[in-house]
Ligand binder design. Structure first.
Ligand code: ATP
Ligand code: MG
Length: 352
């Protein structure tokens, strides 16, 4: 029987409750699809600081590197906000992403018919919307050198090399091949040299993908178009900072932050996590929506473990539960038949 080793990082705040629900659903589909999953739990973030003194223990890095995939909850909280930057949970997370080499952050933004009223946009504008934002995650202005702030003058540097652009571009084109075969590359080539290289490289690369249509858009226009007519997009590929902003914009097209999963992939172990944070304000209250994390687990099955059938089963179960009116509190206002707590929503998804 196929067996996969999954590293688990629950983290802080609502992290443990959402990961527990995802594991519950994973076990249920594994049984249905005849494979097994072995889990090993590792510490990161605030709980790692409290237990070991550092936000990213070496043991965590090694354990995740030796696993087939990593399921991640969320880290951080007020308790650790006053620590020096080096010791904060978030610093551990950035180091972790860098060490795992996860250069491609995939953030699907799918509007479910059942929740078409949950968005701030009009139903006819978003109905059927299915976007995949492909964000470069370990380069660009967030990582570029030199960087400095001397109290009078401060600067950061936006750097991309051709190989970095090619590898994220390939991810986008390959994904588009399995979707509607359209890639929109977002940059600011009218102003930035780094964006010109980005655009030229995407054009060059597109010659290897004649079956995929490539278009370009300036980032300011892309932000407007996402809100004006999100259905025009299939795959959006962009750099770190533009992707950060555009994927959050795309999440508001969908409705609740509790619905959006993500995959961070590269050459080593891929990390699957919800796009939201540790939400300490609602931790332990039972009102957390576990769907973003359960969908992240579904992405793990599809993208890393090649268990497509199991992944589809999870997605379908979520759609069915939503169609029948089951909601967590964040979605209670939208045609709810019954409002469930976090554990009950996990149970419901297992049932379907
Ligand atoms: P981070 O910096 O880690 O991204 P953040 O400050 O952006 O964190 P989140 O932790 O993402 O904040 O939470 C923002 C708010 O969204 C929370 O206060 C919570 O009310 C809500 N929220 C986040 N995740 C969920 C969820 N899964 N279910 C319900 N509500 C959620
Ligand atoms: Mg946030």
């Amino acid at each position: 029987m196929r067996n996969y080793n999954i590293s688990i990082i629950k983290g802080d705040g609502i992290g443990p409750e959402i990961v527990d629900e995802a594991i519950k659903v994973l076990n249920a589909v594994a049984k249905k699809c005849d494979f097994t999953l072995s889990y090993k739990e590792y510490l990161m973030g605030g709980i790692a600081i409290d237990t070991t003194g550092v936000p990213l223990p070496d043991e965590t890095v090694e354990g995740v590197l030796n696993s087939d995939a990593c399921l991640f909850g969320a880290i951080g909280g007020e308790k650790w906000d006053t620590l020096p930057r080096e010791l904060r949970p978030e610093t551990g997370l950035l180091k972790f992403r860098e060490k795992m080499g996860v250069y491609a952050n995939l953030r699907p933004a799918i509007v479910y018919d059942e929740l078409v009223n949950a968005s701030t946009l009009k139903p006819e504008v978003i109905s059927g919307c299915d976007i995949m934002v492909v964000r470069e995650l370990i380069g660009g202005i967030y990582f570029g050198q030199p960087r400095e702030n001397d109290g009078f003058k401060a600067f950061n540097t936006m750097v991309y090399t051709k190989p970095e652009i090619i590898r994220i571009g390939k991810t986008a084109f390959e994904l588009a091949r399995k979707r509607s075969k359209r890639v929109c590359s977002v940059d600011k080539a009218n102003v930035l040299e780094v964006s010109q290289l980005w655009r030229d490289t995407m054009n060059e690369l597109s010659k290897d993908y004649p079956d995929v249509e490539l278009s370009h858009m300036y980032v300011d226009n892309a932000a407007m178009q996402l809100v004006r007519n999100p259905k025009q997009f299939d795959v959006i590929v962009t750099g770190n900072i533009f992707g950060d902003i555009l994927s959050d914009t795309a999440s508001m097209v969908v409705g609740s932050i509790g619905l959006l999963p993500s995959a961070s992939t590269g050459d080593k172990t891929a990390i699957y996590e919800p796009i939201h944070g540790s939400a300490p304000d609602i931790a332990g209250l039972g009102i957390t929506n576990p769907i973003a994390t359960i969908l992240s687990a579904a992405m793990m099955l599809k993208y890393t473990l090649n268990e497509e059938k199991a992944s589809d089963l999870i997605e379908q179960a979520i759609k069915d539960a939503l169609k029948d009116g089951y909601r967590t509190k964040d979605l209670a206002a939208f045609d709810a038949k019954e409002v469930l707590n976090c554990v009950a929503m996990g149970d419901k998804i297992v049932e379907y």
